[in-house]
Design a binder for this molecule. Structure first.
Ligand SMILES: CC(C)(COP(=O)(O)OP(=O)(O)OC[C@H]1O[C@@H](n2cnc3c(N)ncnc32)[C@H](O)[C@@H]1OP(=O)(O)O)[C@@H](O)C(=O)NCCC(=O)NCCS
Length: 193
């Protein structure tokens, strides 16, 4: 049966938060305790200006009676970047060191995660395309952990969609890992069929 991709409004997202955070820790390989520590941040994000999100659901087991959607298997959300946001300030610091600055008009792709059992089937790509298709900003930006030879699904997805380097081996406060900051202009070109 096919996975259903749908827009989430912010209230819907908050209702589905435990499930979405479960997908996040499974996809990132984090211990379940991380769910508690990220819940407040994800809730706060959902109240930011320009927040939008998409999710993928399994179809419901019973089609006529019972819930309209099955379990959530993937989540994608982001919001309009603005001064004062933690990510904006952290990336601005890295850019300032290189005499550069963030674009005035960008959307931050904050989270994109597909449950490990559902990866590699085009769900991450479809979620991201749906998310970006509705954005009005001229640029999308994101950060992702550096990985040797860019050899994971996230890097392959971002490169295949034309994301380019903004910062490499950037250190965010409170995280020992090096990150890349990537961006691309919007809108995406129409998908070739
Ligand atoms: C990154 C992630 C969201 C991609 O979602 P996905 O549903 O697995 O990816 P898709 O099946 O849509 O693949 C999209 C493209 O990425 C590439 N890709 C993704 N996973 C791949 C894999 N395991 N092997 C090879 N290519 C892969 C392919 O180029 C694919 O392009 P195609 O459509 O031409 O085949 C998912 O792998 C994930 O949740 N990873 C762990 C969490 C994570 O890293 N999130 C991002 C943090 S910044």
């Amino acid at each position: 049966m096919d996975t259903v991709i749908t827009r989430l409004d912010a209230a819907d997202f908050r209702d589905r938060l435990p499930e979405a955070l479960g997908v996040y820790v499974d996809a990132m390989g984090y211990p379940p305790q991380v769910i508690r520590s990220r819940a407040a941040a994800w809730l706060e994000h959902s109240r930011r200006a320009g927040w939008s999100g998409f999710a993928a659901f399994e179809p419901p087991r019973r089609r006529l009676l019972g819930p309209a959607r099955g379990p959530l298997v993937a989540i994608c959300y982001g919001y309009r970047g603005a001064p004062g946001q933690w990510w904006y300030e952290q990336v601005s610091r890295g850019l300032r060191d290189r005499q550069r600055e963030l674009p005035a008009d960008y959307v931050e792709l904050t989270e994109l995660h597909v449950s490990p059992s559902h990866q590699g089937r085009g769900i991450g790509s479809a979620l991201l395309r749906n998310f970006l298709a509705e954005r009005t900003e001229g640029t999308v930006m994101l950060s992702t952990p550096e990985v040797e030879n860019e050899s994971n699904g996230a890097w392959r997805l971002y490169r295949s969609l034309g994301f380019g380097d903004v910062l490499r081996s950037h250190r965010f406060d409170g995280d020992a890992r090096p990150f890349a900051v990537l961006s691309r202009s919007l809108p995406l070109p129409e998908q070739e069929s």
